[in-house]
Design a protein around this ligand. Structure first.
Ligand SMILES: Nc1ncnc2c1ncn2[C@@H]1O[C@H](COP(=O)(O)OP(=O)(O)O)[C@@H](O)[C@H]1O
Ligand SMILES: [Mg+2]
Length: 248
């Protein structure tokens, strides 16, 4: 079973952050001790689906990376139906963390911090929500995970495959699977699944439907909490049960 799970896509807007938030919430609802780290320092947003608007008083990942606090001081408990759920936000407010921008940080602190979170919070699973592209944080998160979820969209499946695959294969790790998101109504699930499997050369663990409810709520919504009976939530559960190996 998975302990550190990274969600990656080369392009933005494939649904990494929404999927990461839903997987974390569903894992906790299933009785697990779960956490979600927002490592998107440039454009953080993993806190939004949990209704957190003001991070001014909350130590974040960026504070840890510049040595201002311990990683465990950045874990913020958020509600779940069972288990335990923690969020580690990327940075405070909208102001870029100038220390990080100017001076950088030791990338080894990322995997050290993730291991420490698993230990101190006694986690079953830690989800890493990455920025798009191949920046330091993404490379660090792909390199240190034991399970990699590559996110893509049904409508630009082929276009982004090469870059996602070259990053994944340059950083060898045991398990990876693809999640195809935003399947338009009327597009055949099986055809898209087959195409994705041949392009990516690894299993497709779920094909998630385009979900107007999610589009309308934007990053403020959390399907697993707000409309748990929607088919997209069944797709998220499939990822937890079948790919990550956590069965209810
Ligand atoms: N299956 C879906 N159907 C409709 N909208 C979706 C779906 N998945 C994600 N979205 C919406 O698409 C937008 C981008 O998703 P997000 O998770 O922020 O992508 P990323 O983190 O990969 O950039 C968000 O507004 C989100 O609510
Ligand atoms: Mg995102």
């Amino acid at each position: 079973v998975a302990r550190i799970v990274t969600l990656h896509s080369y392009r933005g807007g494939t649904g990494k952050s929404s999927t990461a938030a839903n997987l974390a919430r569903l894992a906790a609802d299933q009785g697990l001790r779960a956490a979600l780290v927002d490592i998107d320092l440039q454009s953080p947003g993993a806190h939004l689906p949990f209704g957190i608007r003001d991070l001014t008083a909350q130590p974040c990942l960026a504070d840890y990376l510049v040595g201002r606090c311990e990683i465990e001081g950045t874990a913020f408990p958020v509600p779940a139906a069972s288990g335990a759920l923690y969020l580690i936000p990327a940075r405070r407010g909208l102001k870029p963390n100038s220390e990080i921008m100017v001076h950088g940080y030791d990338v080894g602190l990322l995997s050290e911090g993730f291991d420490r979170l698993v230990e101190v919070l006694d986690l079953d699973v830690l989800f890493l929500d990455t920025p798009s592209g191949i920046g330091n944080e993404t490379v660090g998160a792909v390199a240190c995970c034991d399970s990699l979820v590559i996110m893509t969209r049904a409508d630009h499946l082929v276009a982004e495959a090469a870059e996602a695959l070259s990053l994944a294969s340059s950083l060898a790790h045991p398990r990876q699977a693809v999640v195809v998101n935003m399947l338009p109504a009327g597009m055949a699930n099986d055809a898209v699944r087959q195409q994705a499997e041949s392009v990516y050369g690894c299993p497709v663990v779920a094909v998630l439907p385009y979900c107007p409810e999610m589009a309308i709520l934007g990053n403020q919504g959390l399907a697993a909490r707000d409309f748990p009976d929607h088919p997209i939530v069944a797709g998220f559960r499939q990822v937890i049960n079948e790919f990550l190996g956590w069965r209810p």
